[in-house]
Design a protein around this ligand. Sequence first.
Ligand code: PLP
Length: 409
Amino acid sequence: MIKINENYLKLQASYLFSTVAKKISAFSEKNPGREIIRLGIGDATRALPPACIAAFHRAVDEMADDATFRGYGPEQGYLFLREKIAENDFAARGAEVNADEIFISDGAKCDTGNFQEILSTDISIAIPDPVYPVYVDTNVMAGRTGAAVNGRFENLIYMECTDQNDYIPKIPEEPVDLVYLCFPNNPTGATITKEALGQWVDWATKNKALILYDAAYEAFIRDDAMVKSIYEIPGARKVAVEFRSFSKTAGFTGTRCAFTVVPKECMAYDAAGTAHSLHSLWNRRHSTKFNGVSYPVQRAAEAVYTPQGKKEAAQIIAGYMTNADRIRREMDDLGYAYVGGQHSPYVWIDAKTDSWNLFDRLLNEAGVVCTPGAGFGTCGTRHIRLSAFNSHQNVETAMNRIREAMKGS
Ligand code: PLP
């Protein structure tokens, strides 16, 4: 008899998006013709930078000619892209990352989800709350947790991120082998200082632990003095893996291109305590289960690092950040406390009530869709997330409508 992986039965159905969709259709039925503005999405809305499109076209043309056609590429990615990443994203910031430590992939979602596969199922894991749900669900699937009780899985250590700790998780007191960190954070938009990140690196070094550092939103950091990569911290090469993505940096959410950095010194241990290089394990996993990102997509990603591409990508990000500024200004005026939006496309707002109550109010009275924080964990039940991924016009209209709806409340 064929049997299932019963860990999948422990997963909680994601009611968030289906409930949001149902509420939106009920609203549309009641208010035909009323335009809804969606500030709940975490998806890019602006077109790819023209430099990327031009490179994409050129690469497609190469594929049309036998003389320049390319079949399977290296599973780890073409060196032309890996070298540009090493030089621009790391060396330029004084961080040591070699091209052969960079693994190109089709998404940080897959990489943050898959990386746990090369680690033992018998480890203790700490995750932030609220959290990007992929970190949790992939560990549930792998059998590292017990059942969900009141919205939290047994055997996971939840690091609460609230206004009490400026939304920065506290280093756990209990033994932990693996920790997930994400800065700038989804959903809170919070950022971490070099000093605080340094404490995490010291902790991981002392405890022979591993940090999985998700920097998918680093391009939104507007202050160049702030830490963008964990490898800017001395010692991080031994204890941290970093995930990056072209999704938010350059609008590749539909085009798909990302990368993971696994330094050669980064070690994990077998049952006898012998150290093994995570780089060789991940290389083995990646080349066995993945066959590379398409050549035209890698050429398009490479173009992000040309002078023109850099300028265009920066303009797109600046456009989203103008939206984030507009959202923050409105929340200031309305007296809502929030975090994020300064170096992140997300603003995490204290709803002063249950997150679904404010969701309903914004939808029904302003025709604006937000993301209820409850979808990101227990610590989100009294927050909503507003996203800057939209046009200036839509954000302006949404803020004006929210102001009207909230006046006097
Ligand atoms: N990491 C975080 C924190 C995200 O919010 C997202 C997407 O929303 C991803 C990773 C996924 O990125 P990608 O499009 O590269 O799969």
